[in-house]
Design a protein around this ligand. Sequence first.
Ligand SMILES: [Zn+2]
Length: 68
Amino acid sequence: MSRCKACDVIMNEFEMRRIDRATGDYSELCSDCLSASNEATREIDSPMQIILDDIVNPFEFLADMEEQ
Ligand SMILES: [Zn+2]
């Protein structure tokens, strides 16, 4: 029996065996904490995606860049 290292809930077998993609080791997190953690990681890993999400019109954005 193993518990989530973040919220201390008892994990099921699937959760215990899951490997964290970031570390290549057992995640030791329940599904809830893991999805929260993945979300945080994704935002940190791809700041460009956040920038792209903010750009409504990429061509207008590029034109602004060239004017400066
Ligand atoms: Zn948890």
